[in-house]
Each structure stands twice: as structure tokens, then as C-alpha cells.
Design a binder for this molecule. Structure first.
Ligand code: ADP
Ligand code: ADP
Length: 239
């Protein structure tokens, strides 16, 4: 049974340009799928359609058997809990500590203006520390995020996405701002922690080699259309 079904998806930001056209694919629970394609292909837009950051223009997206475009406010909140996001530029609050950033992934920053740790119960804190431990950054828990390297900040980004125990995590170019060494650390962690927790992963990447190394399956996107969808060995054979 597919966790995510994208059916004849079309997206236009304005009337002239169709950024996504007739996109079809399924993602099964537990899969690690990469989306590859050049800049401007529509990868980011595709992820934003899935968690309803933007509305779709045509077709449908079924997540966990629910039509994403029809969700009401309450269900939309549930959708955002079930779908974690990891960003290229981490999107952390720089002045807050690592542990605060991670815990705020549960409620959003707006609801926590006066902070801080006292707002969270012991179970929530324990889960946050468990994730930091797994990601190898537990020792930095009380440092401000702006004191960390890019690779460390992205590990905070991953912990923040996973604190809410999502079913799916969407990663939008998670290593595009990192050097090769940090990129490897991030991809290794992302792969092992999502596999251990049984979380499905959909990752935008622009390096084919990275996608081949880590994914069960690759979806190639070009000018808003799916141009490849299959296991990684097929991509190698075709080339
Ligand atoms: P990718 O992630 O593959 O680089 P994007 O989804 O970011 O691709 O962009 C696909 C196309 O959609 C690009 O031509 C981009 O300029 C356009 N686009 C992205 N976001 C917007 C937006 N908010 N408004 C209008 N056009 C946009
Ligand atoms: P870029 O890669 O263009 O520099 P970011 O990676 O910072 O941009 O953000 C990508 C997109 O995600 C932006 O359109 C932004 O509006 C959106 N975004 C940023 N922060 C969040 C957030 N906390 N939750 C959901 N979407 C966000």
C-alpha cells in the first residue's frame, strides 16, 4: 500500500508557466526515494505541493489515503505533524540553542515566543536528546545554533523534523550547501535514522551519484515532468 500517491499532478504559480505537468508516482511506506533533476526542474515545488505549502493546480495527492487538497484546518495540522521537512538552509532560529530548536519542531516557533525548556515534558525532552545522540550532536545540545558548523546545523534540522515522529520526511536539497565530507555525514545519518525509525524519506538532490549511493529508487524530474522512475541499477544501465 502506498503511503503517498501523486496522480497527474500539475502546478502553475501563474497562468503562463506550468512548473509541474502530469506528474505520477507512488511512494511506499519505508522507501528512501531521491528526486533528481537540474535547478528549476520543479523538485522544490513538488515537495511544497505534498505538504501543502502551496496549492496544486491539477490532479491529486493522496497521503495516507487522504486527499491533501481537501484537508480542513485541523487535518492540515495533522498533515504537518505526519510530514517533517528538512531544508537546504536548515531554517533554524540561530539565537536559540540546539535543544530548543529541536523541541520547537513539535509546536512551531510562533507558539513558543517566551520559550524555553520548561514548556516541554520529560518524554519530549528525552526524545529530543535521543535524536541528538543518534545524530552525534548531543554534546552540543546547549549551544546556540549559530555556533555550529553547517553539517551540525543540518543534523539539528533533521532532529527537528523527526521530533514529531512523522510518517514521511521531505528533504529539499539537504546537502546543497555542504562540503563533500559533511554531505556524506548528513546522508549517512539521514539514511540510518529514518531506516531505524521506519520513516519514509523523499529527498531532492542534484548529484546523481549521491542519489545512487543512498536511494532505493530514483525519480528523475526535468522541466516539470517525470523522465525516469526506477531502481538505481536501471539508471546506471541506461546511461
Ligand atoms: P527546483 O527545486 O528543481 O530547482 P523549483 O520548484 O524551485 O525547482 O522551481 C521550478 C520553477 O518554478 C522555476 O522556474 C521557478 O522559477 C518557478 N517557481 C518556483 N517558486 C515559484 C514561486 N513562488 N512563484 C513563481 N514561480 C516559482
Ligand atoms: P532557499 O533554498 O530558496 O534559499 P529555504 O531552503 O530557506 O529557501 O526555504 C525553501 C522554502 O521553504 C521557502 O519557500 C520557504 O518559504 C519555505 N520554508 C521556510 N521555512 C519553512 C518552515 N519552517 N516550514 C515550512 N516551510 C518553510
Amino acid at each position: 500500500m502506498a503511503l503517498l500517491q501523486v496522480i497527474e499532478l500539475g502546478k502553475s504559480y501563474n497562468t503562463e508557466t506550468r512548473v509541474l505537468k502530469g506528474v505520477n508516482f507512488d511512494v511506499k511506506a519505508g522507501e528512501f526515494v531521491s528526486i533528481i533533476g537540474p535547478s528549476g526542474a520543479g523538485k522544490s515545488t513538488l515537495l511544497r505541493c505534498i505538504n501543502r505549502m502551496v496549492s496544486i493546480s491539477e490532479g491529486s495527492i493522496l497521503f495516507d489515503n487522504q486527499e491533501v487538497s481537501r484537508l480542513k484546518k485541523k487535518d492540515l495540522r495533522k498533515l504537518r505533524t505526519d510530514i517533517g521537512m528538512v531544508f537546504q538552509h536548515y531554517n533554524l532560529v540561530p539565537r536559540l540553542t540546539v535543544i530548543e530548536n529541536v523541541l520547537h519542531g513539535r509546536f512551531g516557533y510562533k507558539s513558543t515566543l517566551q520559550g524555553v525548556l520548561g514548556r516541554f515534558n520529560e518524554d519530549e525532552k528525552a526524545r529530543a536528546f535521543y535524536l541528538l545522540h543518534k545524530l552525534g550532536i548531543e554534546e552540543h545540545a546547549y549551544k546556540r545554533c549559530d555556533q555550529l558548523s553547517g553539517g551540525q546545523q543540518q543534523r539539528v534540522g533533521i532532529a527537528r523534523a523527526l521530533i514529531q515522529d512523522p510518517k514521511l520526511v521531505l528533504c529539499d536539497e539537504p546537502i546543497a550547501s555542504l562540503d563533500p565530507n559533511s554531505s556524506k555525514i548528513i546522508m549517512d545519518h539521514l539514511k540510518s535514522i529514518t531506516s531505524e525509525l521506519g520513516i519514509t524519506c523523499l529527498v531532492n538532490l542534484h548529484q546523481v551519484e549521491v542519489a545512487q549511493q543512498y536511494s532505493d529508487r530514483i525519480i528523475g524530474l526535468n522541466e516539470g515532468e517525470v523522465v525516469f522512475d526506477g531502481p538505481i541499477h536501471q539508471l546506471t544501465d541506461d546511461k
